[in-house]
Design a protein around this ligand. Structure first.
Ligand code: NAD
Ligand code: DAU
Length: 355
């Protein structure tokens, strides 16, 4: 079986659903269920004997040791993290605790478990660490996309904490020989994306006739990747990635935030026109910029394409159409995701309730 951390979150849930749709190998999901962990994402697996859920903290060494001993995973896919840049600006402490100390705890527990394995199992074991393109910092408009050897220059508490965890993962390979692989991925989008992030926020605010908040001038560029393409990349790395290697994963879908929001508005104008016949784009509102906002990210994914034969299957247009339709068709999920801590966060970030 494989052990997944953070599987109740956006990417982890997509990963587990796709894993069990393409293989019969069981999954144990260790997730603390923070505000971002939503067990409803995995409701389809409620009666599936191949899926085991464990509520707990990756920084709890005794718990992680017990999970290794009990389930004897042949691999670990580590998604658990505090993931939202804006939250890291308001409160960086939890990012250091989970992303740095939590990853350290997992590496140490994995090392203790792995060290005692027989030689063949030891060689086959994998610790895959899921990271982000944000560790590389901000790119100039004409600069070449990030390769795996681009220098690290994180600019937010979130990206600094992810950079620290990447360095730990790398060191555990070089010092102890733990078979670690790392992936640095661009912005994901798709089903189960928590509505604090730009794409789901814009879809849901548009439908609710609320402002579509664009930070600053909206000319910041991101490289968008459909989440299921990211999950396929991680499956390829677990199957054929080389220990000690890093793989950059991107969608080749560079776009400014303003262009992205306009594209979403255009789709909604077709799928679910406003009652007054006007475009949703009229709801676009420029708000104060994110402090330290990185201007541009772009990924050079040629290494994983060449070495592991991975390529994204979705274009930006096909992926965003699927995503918009998913949100239109999952009103219950949306309603539940918009309760509780999420609403408190909206008030803190945007200074008013969104009722
Ligand atoms: P998310 O915030 O949607 O989910 C994170 C999950 O981790 C949640 O289920 C949460 O409950 C769990 N978690 C948090 N702290 C935990 C702890 N201490 N112990 C156990 N579980 C804990 O995040 P996501 O967007 O799915 O991102 C998953 C991973 O991918 C993260 O490592 C993130 O840095 C990385 N990443 C995300 C993106 C993106 O666009 N979303 C892009 C590149 C890399
Ligand atoms: O690049 C990968 C990263 O992508 C991941 O490592 C992070 O975990 C993930 O959250 C995401 O980070 P971003 O900061 O890029 O995502 P977010 O959806 O928060 O913002 C996308 C862009 O949109 C960014 O330039 C900020 C901008 N934005 C965001 C929000 C929430 C707005 O203009 N308005 C908003 O209200």
């Amino acid at each position: 079986m494989i052990l997944v951390t953070g599987g109740a979150g956006f990417i982890g849930a997509n990963f587990i659903l796709d894993w069990l749709a393409t293989s019969d190998e069981p999954v144990v999901n260790l997730d603390k269920l923070t505000y971002a962990g939503n067990p409803e994402n995995l409701a389809a697996l409620a009666h599936d004997a191949r899926y085991v859920f464990v509520e707990g903290d990756i920084a709890d060494r005794a718990l992680v040791d017990a999970l290794f001993a009990r389930h004897q995973p042949r691999a670990l896919a580590h998604f658990a993290a505090e993931s939202h840049v804006d939250r890291s600006i308001h409160g960086p402490g939890e990012f250091i605790r989970t992303n740095v100390e939590g990853t350290f705890t997992l590496l140490e527990a994995a090392r203790a478990w792995w060290s005692a394995l027989p030689q063949t199992e030891k060689a086959a074991f994998r610790f895959h660490h899921v990271s982000t393109d944000e560790v590389y910092g901000s790119l100039a408009p004409e600069a070449a996309p990030f390769t795996e050897t681009h220098p690290y220059a994180p600019n937010s508490p979130y990206s600094a904490s992810k950079a620290a965890s990447d360095h730990l993962a790398r060191a555990w390979f070089h010092t102890y020989g733990l078979p670690v692989t790392i992936s640095n991925c661009s912005n994901n989008y798709g089903p189960f994306h928590f509505p604090e992030k730009l794409i789901p926020l814009v879809i849901l605010n548009a439908l609710a006739d609320k402002p579509l908040p664009i930070y600053g001038d909206g000319q910041q560029v991101r490289d968008w990747l459909y989440v299921r393409d990211h999950c396929a990349a991680i499956r390829r790395i677990l199957a054929a990635g080389q220990p000690g290697e890093t793989y950059n994963v991107g969608g080749g879908g560079e776009m400014s935030n303003l262009a992205l929001v306009k594209a979403i508005c255009a789709l909604l104008d077709t799928f679910k026109p406003r009652a007054d016949g006007l475009s949703y784009a009229r709801q676009i509102t420029h708000v104060a910029d994110r402090p330290g906002h990185d201007r541009r990210y772009a990924i050079d994914a040629r290494k994983i394409e060449r070495e592991l034969d991975w390529q994204p299957l979705e274009t930006f247009q096909s992926g965003i159409e699927k995503t918009v339709r998913w949100y239109l068709e999952h009103a219950d999920w949306v309603e539940h995701a918009q309760s509780g801590a999420y609403r408190e966060w909206m008030t803190q970030q945007y200074g008013k309730t969104h009722d």
